[in-house]
Design a binder for this molecule. Structure first.
Ligand code: SAM
Ligand code: SF4
Length: 333
């Protein structure tokens, strides 16, 4: 089987597909409160286009897929998308990243359709704060969503926590405590400058060394662990005696580009080989022409830079390429 290999020997076997750029929340690090323009419906890939695209991609070694957005559970055909993907035998793992506002309602149908696992975003365990960070989300809905995900048997369940200086960095220990009795994986993620050119992300960015410092200060002992399914770039640890684990994803302070195995497909059909740079290629017109489509995908991989330069953005230094102007909600994270 031909594999999707780049100039640096990185083999791409994982794709993150954004199925919508719309969202029912407006998280402060992801989208502005107002002024976003969304894709008109006809610009968004249909269920059949997504599934046809994936039928081609599995012939080139793609075997893991994550559905993201915007908020993927806003798609009224999300269950059919998952069912269509799970009918492709070569796909070994289908995950969804969600804000969980509709998870209680949709978890059972998603599980039956073949969804393997969910990542749930949860940036505060305090109701008011959660509402402020998400600009309107309800914490209880996420907690109910987590309980429902456990009940229907999604495993492992991962919670994504973007660490934001001055907004949730005093909750690190509370999040760690959350892993003591629950077999879940809490992943602390560094705040990334995606589509944030010229605004204030730097003031709110914190290196994940902060997590180790908080553990040391509180006297929390922890050990590294390495066997978490869908591990990706996360380094994982367990507090002594805890059922669950915590992971650190630190693209800014210490990037993991050398082991990058992922591609991204935007809701309007553009392949992005790197989350950070603006280069992208429109595959939508080629879904009925697999050979040409794969030429374009390979071209995109051939042009993939060796690494992103988020650390350089942090220092305000000149960068080698142009960063994307898409917001995270328009790429999918
Ligand atoms: N709406 C879904 C959700 O929030 O889980 C899926 C889409 S969201 C763009 C995917 C992930 O990206 C979320 O876990 C979110 O916290 C993360 N994210 C968004 N903007 C980010 C940023 N600037 N830095 C780091 N992570 C970010
Ligand atoms: Fe929506 Fe997810 Fe972005 Fe929050 S992080 S605004 S839930 S897309």
């Amino acid at each position: 089987m031909p594999l999707l290999t780049d100039r640096f020997g990185r083999v791409h076997d994982y794709i993150r597909i954004s199925v919508t750029d719309r969202c029912n929340l407006r998280c402060v690090y992801c989208m502005p409160e107002e002024g976003m323009t969304f894709l008109p419906h006809e610009k968004v890939l249909s269920k059949d286009e997504i599934i046809d695209f994936m039928k081609i991609m599995v012939g080139y070694g793609i075997k893991k897929v994550r559905i993201t957005g915007g908020e993927p559970l806003l798609r009224t055909d999300i269950v059919d998308i998952i069912a269509g993907l799970s009918a492709i035998p070569e796909i070994e793992d289908i995950a969804v990243t969600t804000n969980a506002m509709y998870l209680v309602k949709k978890a059972e149908a998603l599980k039956e359709a073949g969804l393997t696992r969910v990542n749930i975003s949860l940036d505060s365990l305090q109701e008011d704060r959660f509402k402020t960070i998400t600009r309107g989300g309800r914490l209880q809905k996420v907690l109910d969503g987590i309980a429902k995900a456990e009940e229907v048997g999604f495993f492992p369940i991962k919670l994504n926590v973007v660490l934001i200086k001055g907004q949730n960095d005093d909750e690190i220990l509370d999040f760690l405590e959350f892993t003591r009795d629950k077999d879940i994986n809490i992943r602390f993620i560094e705040y990334m400058p995606i589509g944030h050119a010229g605004d204030s992300w730097k003031k709110q960015y914190l290196s994940l060394q902060t997590i180790f410092d908080a553990c040391d200060e509180a006297g929390f002992a922890y050990q590294p662990v390495d066997s978490i399914r869908g591990n990706g770039p996360s380094e994982n640890f367990r507090l002594e005696g805890a059922k669950g684990t915590f992971g650190l994803i630190h693209p800014v302070s210490s990037h993991f580009c050398a082991s990058c195995n992922r591609l991204r497909l935007t809701a309007d059909g553009y392949i992005k080989a790197c989350l950070y740079w603006d280069e992208e290629m429109n595959i939508r017109p080629l879904i009925k022409d697999p050979e040409k489509l794969m030429e374009l995908v390979q071209q995109s991989i051939d042009n993939k830079p060796e690494s992103h330069e988020m650390a350089i953005a942090l220092q305000d230094e000149m960068q080698s390429h142009k960063p994307t102007t898409r917001r995270m909600s328009q790429i999918g994270g």
